[in-house]
Ligand binder design. Structure first.
Ligand code: NAD
Length: 360
């Protein structure tokens, strides 16, 4: 598909190509929708095999950020920067400063944060050229590791889903299978255990499994066996596309809720889960803790406010599930409607003229 066809199809506002030969920078910044406020989204660094692939990724990921921020109640639209480079070998001060200057040139239309292939240190370098960056170190006003907040948000999402299915958000005695024990998964396990849930966990790194088994008394299974675990809740916190033709028939749970982005391999898998009576909590609704965290840094980080907003993921999911019930549609479709509705409503309000009539 041609670039403008894609832009029109997905509803983007702006696509920016950034180049600096000296700094080794080739980047694409996609701004999807700024109705709610400045676009916010991570800087992904990846050795894309083609420029078309990089553009496609920037467009797709920035659009997803619009929906995530909208349902989370943030005053941000969706944006994303992709840098065509290998994060293991191509990082340099010049590259991130050059990107920072391009971001500054957008005057706040896009605000950067960490993503796959970038870290807090990289955001700190971008910050030397622009204020329009978040997810920085604590010395620059950052609030620490956003993944801990993401884990708390997923925990609140699981409580909300439990309330929907069993009439109570109490997780005591509930059996949860957790796939992936990285930054989010390991912290999620702590919240779940504290709430009295029984855990079965897996990861491809045995030392991560051992750490969680040792600390929390979880049971462990091999990575491939996690789909067959008899449980109440299955929580994917590793990879995307894990809800597919091969895995869904194996599930023995009533709820799927986790942090991994794009868990549905295809939309029909969301329909399939609904047909089987399995509540699928849309990933972008429950994994919004990270973006809530970095958005809060832009206001002058306040942990209490940030945690209160993340805690509301419980209500955000409730709203989505209510919509799904009312419309007779699966939750993943209802989430999109809730996101679009807020953008439409706020957009209408923003048409009101607030002055000044005389400029200058
Ligand atoms: P991470 O890289 O720290 O952890 C991922 C874990 O999954 C690793 O321990 C990895 O070994 C494990 N894993 C990989 N393949 C696996 C497999 N086949 N079976 C079992 N385990 C496997 O990443 P993270 O920050 O914990 O994020 C987890 C997921 O949540 C990712 O999909 C990420 O995109 C998404 N997410 C993260 C955040 C955040 O704040 N970090 C926010 C939103 C969404």
């Amino acid at each position: 598909m041609r670039i403008f066809e894609q832009v029109e199809h997905l509803g983007h506002e702006q696509l920016v190509f950034c180049y600096s030969g000296e700094a080794g920078l080739k980047a694409v910044i996609a701004i999807h929708d700024t109705t709610l406020g400045p676009s916010l989204g991570g800087v992904r660094m990846w050795p894309y095999t083609s420029e078309a692939e990089a553009v496609r990724d920037a467009l797709r990921l920035s659009m997803a950020m619009t929906y995530k921020s909208s349902v989370a109640g943030l005053d941000h639209g969706g944006g994303k920067a992709v840098v065509i480079a290998d994060p293991r070998t191509d990082k340099s001060e010049a590259l991130f400063r050059a990107l920072g200057r391009f971001i500054e040139g957008l005057q706040g239309r896009y605000i950067a944060a960490e993503d796959v292939g970038t870290r807090i240190e990289d955001m700190d370098i971008i910050r030397s050229e622009t204020r329009y960056v978040t997810g920085v170190c604590e010395g620059f006003g950052g609030g620490g590791n956003p993944a801990v907040t993401t884990a708390f948000g997923v925990f609140r999402g699981i409580q909300s889903a439990a309330d929907e299915v069993w009439g109570s958000g109490d997780l005591a005695g509930k059996r949860v299978a957790v796939q992936g024990l990285g930054n989010v998964g390991a912290n999620l396990c702590r919240y779940l255990r504290e709430a009295g849930a029984h855990l079965t966990v897996t990861d491809i790194y045995p030392e991560r499994v051992e750490a969680v088994v040792g600390e929390l008394g979880a049971a462990a299974v091999a990575p491939e066996a996690i789909y067959d675990v008899e449980c109440d809740i299955f929580s994917p916190n590793a990879l995307g596309a894990v809800m597919n033709d091969g895995t869904i028939p194996r599930l023995k749970c009533k709820v799927v809720a986790g942090a991994a982005n794009n868990q549905l391999a295809e939309e029909r898998h969301g329909e399939r889960l609904a047909d089987l009576g399995i509540l699928f909590a849309p990933d972008y609704v429950v994994n919004a803790g990270g973006v809530i965290h970095v958005a809060d840094e832009l206001l002058g980080f306040n942990r209490e406010r940030m945690m209160a907003r993340t805690s509301r993921i419980y209500d955000n999911l409730k709203k989505v599930l209510r919509k799904a019930r009312e419309e007779g549609i699966p939750p993943f479709r209802a989430a999109d409607l809730v996101a679009e509705e807020r953008i439409r409503q706020v957009g209408r309000i923003k048409r009101v003229f607030t002055g000044p009539f005389f400029k200058g």
